[in-house]
Design a protein around this ligand. Structure first.
Ligand code: NAP
Length: 305
């Protein structure tokens, strides 16, 4: 059993990771006060405050750190690039240095969005990234800062869906919410990604730490699909009417932050080094559905009270 410190424990990844990891590890979640009744230990910290990285590690003495906190809203990053740089680049850089000094194994959660989407086919870890918006530029700068300071860290490029505290954080929740309310919505046909269930991602990150991997890894689902197709698959799983989802081009989205249209990543390196692959897409969607049937969204929502 390891002592695992998780930043962003109120976020989509941090919370689901903490709930899964607490069954086999001692979990400490870092939170800014949103979590009122989490079933794991929490510590309050604003990661932008002074020497937060050192103080947090000294106070909690973890074996592992999975750094999930970020400004992960692409439009918010465009609106405030300085804040985006501080939270997305400076904070992981400081954590990486603090982890080296204390021999803490660190995972920096990065993003598939470091690529511009120009490649036909799946991106490899050796492919040169080209970040096309403030969010991805700050995340790419973090990858470099973390591995420069701490070559033993893991940098994991991810993309995931699942149930969140707010009920609105993930693409799957967007489709599900609109579909059950019979609201029409758009699904982008020319934005391709490799969706991963957040719990499967969290389990894989723990397995990577257990195996003492280090360096850059693509940690996404093995099946690429458009965001439109993802919505349709979700509608079918829940027995909902997929005709509410209109196929649309991302070029006409009206979003400010530029998006890449091909974010398919190869996970060959991960499956070779880990000796295992992430569960396939249908297993992840089954889990998302089963969690809904079992009241998981309500269960996590109660942590706000
Ligand atoms: N969602 C995706 O599909 C996706 C795709 C690719 C990569 N990622 C990456 O995955 C990671 C997790 O993303 P997510 O979707 O789980 O994010 P999220 O739901 O937006 O959660 C962000 C977390 O960061 C915390 N945070 C922000 N500023 C902080 C600060 N100054 N001090 C302490 N905590 C702070 C937030 O706390 P509050 O609740 O207090 O605001 C929240 O817990 C991020 O690194 C993101 O870049 C996400």
């Amino acid at each position: 059993m390891a002592r695992l410190l998780i930043t962003g424990a109120s976020g989509l990844l941090g919370l689901n990771l903490a709930l899964d990891a607490m069954t086999s590890h001692e979990v400490i979640g870092v939170d800014r006060g949103r979590l009122k009744s989490a079933p794991f230990r929490t510590v309050h910290a604003d990661l932008l405050a002074g020497d937060a990285a050192e103080r947090l590690l000294d106070a909690t003495q973890p074996d592992w750190l999975i750094h999930c906190a970020a400004l992960a809203d692409l439009e918010a990053c465009e609106a405030d690039p300085e804040l985006a740089r501080q939270i997305n680049t400076d904070v992981p850089s400081a954590l990486a240095k603090a982890c080296v000094a204390r021999a803490v194994q660190m995972v920096q959660v990065s993003t598939d969005a470091v690529f511009d989407g120009a490649k036909a086919g799946g991106y490899l870890e050796e492919d040169e990234p080209h970040a096309v918006n403030v969010y991805s530029q700050t995340k790419l700068a973090a990858e470099r800062a973390v591995l420069d300071a701490n070559p033993n860290a893991i940098v994991a490029r991810v993309n995931f869906y699942g149930w969140s505290l707010s009920g609105r954080r993930s693409l799957a929740e967007f489709f599900h919410h609109n579909l059950i309310n019979n609201k029409s919505m758009s699904g982008y046909t020319d934005a391709v990604f490799c969706p991963t269930h957040v719990t499967h991602l969290g389990q894989t990150l723990q397995a990577m730490l257990t195996k003492k991997l280090h360096g850059l890894y693509h940690v996404v689902g093995s099946q690429g699909m458009s965001k439109y197709q993802f919505g349709v698959e979700l509608a079918h799983k829940f027995g909902l009417d997929d005709r509410e989802i209109s196929p649309k081009s991302i070029l006409s989205s009206g979003l400010i932050a530029r998006r890449s249209n091909n974010l398919m990543l190869s996970t060959h390196k991960l499956s070779t080094d880990l000796g295992a692959s992430l569960p396939d897409f249908s297993t992840g969607l089954d889990l998302f559905y089963t969690q809904y049937q079992e009241g998981y969204p309500q269960k996590i929502h109660a942590f706000l009270q």
